[in-house]
Design a protein around this ligand. Structure first.
Ligand SMILES: Nc1ncnc2c1ncn2[C@@H]1O[C@H](COP(=O)(O)OP(=O)(O)OP(=O)(O)O)[C@@H](O)[C@H]1O
Length: 298
């Protein structure tokens, strides 16, 4: 087992940041922690990379204990924290050389692992990290986290604030790293990225609410979701919330996702209710559930 977490709890004074967290990640797995700000994702990363000590429970990473084998873990893991870890005044090449040196290695020794990422930023290697775009900083930070050839890679919200094209490229890089046998624990607040993981844990307020493959999580979802749109999207959410048998409603891209307390329920009744409220061009269709729908319903 690459990561094994057993009944971990972590408190900051009065804040219970993690409550009784248990999960395992297999070798070579791409495992996602999906949850909103404050869910406890960063705390979990800091525990697993030995930067914090749990109040309760135990965990191993690459078969090393996170409390008793700190040095071994630090040599076996790569950590890309949410806030960029780079030295802003050093160039791309200097940052990478610095990280290689502190791990007692050289860029050349492990170049094969970072090559396909590094070639994308190499043309700018003399540019200071502080002057790079979000996407380029992210690639450099990933190279720095990989330079000592870690067995396990921890990536805390690596795509936050990065443009959509770079986000897509980043996930393709992760797939290639996984094929090289590296275990990856990645957190993201973006629900669409959940489907790119082998398995995910949905985490909220310090608790894991569900763990499974994204497909299985969506398939197990039993409620029927309706995609609703009209010519007055602003009023639509308010009107849907007032519909007597409404169970839940939330904005989903250009639609509202609506769930009724009754299943099946009569779409015609909702349609005439919306007409009475002055809506036109009403469209109501069954939607395919997504991870976001499951999450909103937890
Ligand atoms: N040093 C700290 N002292 C007190 N409370 C903290 C500290 N660090 C985090 N917390 C609290 O612990 C909870 C979990 O925070 P954590 O940063 O782990 O969440 P997160 O899912 O990573 O969210 P974010 O993306 O906002 O960092 C939050 O309620 C947060 O306010």
């Amino acid at each position: 087992m690459s990561i094994s977490v057993k009944n971990i709890s972590k408190k900051y004074k009065t804040v219970l940041a993690l409550q009784n967290i248990t999960f395992e990640v297999q070798e070579g797995e791409l495992f996602g922690l999906i949850g909103p700000d404050g869910a406890g994702k960063t705390t979990l990363f800091r525990l697993l990379t030995t930067l914090l000590i749990p109040n309760e429970g135990s965990a191993t990473v690459a078969n090393y204990d996170i409390v008793k084998q700190v040095k071994e873990i630090r040599n076996s893991v790569g950590y890309m924290p949410g806030k960029f870890s780079l030295y802003q005044d050093l160039t791309i090449a200097e940052n990478l050389a610095f990280f290689a040196t502190i791990f007692g290695t050289t860029i050349e020794e492990n170049y094969d692992l970072i090559e396909d990422i590094y070639v994308q930023i190499e043309p700018f290697k003399n540019r200071r990290a502080g002057a790079l775009s979000g996407g380029m900083k992210q690639k450099l930070a990933l190279c720095c986290a990989l330079i000592h050839k870690p067995k396990v890679l921890f990536l805390d919200e690596p795509t936050t604030g990065v443009d959509p094209v770079s986000r897509k490229e980043f996930w393709e890089m992760l797939k290639r790293l996984k094929q090289k046998g590296i275990t990856i624990l990645v957190s993201t607040p973006y629900m669409d990225e959940a489907s790119l993981c082998d398995r995910i844990a949905l985490i909220q307020k310090g608790k894991i609410l569900k763990i499974d493959s994204p497909d299985a999580i969506v398939k197990a979802y039993e409620k029927t979701i309706y995609e609703v749109a009209t010519n007055q999207m602003h009023n639509l959410i308010l009107d849907l919330k007032e519909f007597p048998s409404q169970f839940s409603v939330f904005a989903f891209g250009e639609f509202m996702h609506y769930i009724d307390k009754n299943d099946p329920f009569d779409i015609a009744v909702l349609r005439s209710y919306l007409q009475e409220k002055g809506h036109q061009n009403i469209s109501i269709h069954k939607a395919t559930p997504t991870i976001e729908d499951v999450f909103m319903d937890l």
